[in-house]
Design a binder for this molecule. Sequence first.
Ligand code: GSH
Length: 222
Amino acid sequence: MVMILYGDKALNVYRAIQPLFEAQVDVEEELKLVTVSLKAGQFRLPSYKAKQPFGLIPFLEDGDFTVFESRAIARYLAEKYEGQNTPLLGKTLKERATINQWAESEAQNFHPAIAPMVRELFLAPFEKRPVNEEVMETGMNKLDKVLDVYEVHLAKGTKYMAGDNFSMADLFHTVYMNWMKSRWPQLLEKRPHLSAWIHDITTRPAFLRCLQLDWENASPIE
Ligand SMILES: N[C@@H](CCC(=O)N[C@@H](CS)C(=O)NCC(=O)O)C(=O)O
């Protein structure tokens, strides 16, 4: 049964789908893409809202099972293909707890700091107004503190957030770290361990393949 991913070129969509590439699933064969154009506001279509009531992408259908929220989709795919190549979820109780701890740190610490700034920088030109500097200053102060904690943690010598293996904790961070790396390289310059980690996770073949998904030629939502 072919799964269907509703999405577009968007950070949360890349996060959702990376476990498929980590598991080396034949994505061309096993996944159909349906474009919900962000530019055209297609997430507001009644046909889409009937599927995803919050009107956000991504959204996954696997037969008659459906799931939304990028992190929930990523976890579902990681569990579905658990044991296939990269072990993203950890094997022991304690490994899983440590992975969950850093995965939660992404959702509770890192994301709330960076996401309002990403949104502001995206919306301001779109709405033809100047960037709200207060949003940027508040976000940057929060982000600096989170990155300092990450630098100290990674300086202890583990290659990845939850140990020496790449896991869901790293995967959840990848898209926004990639965005941050290109927008604010100075945040990496003063943090060598964070910088090495970001370089590693953002150059993984599985992540790079997420960026190459062909949303332009996917089936449009009806
Ligand atoms: N927490 C959600 C956020 C999803 C989200 O914000 N998606 C954006 C695209 S990246 C969207 O659908 N935006 C439409 C809107 O802003 O109404 C997730 O991780 O899936």
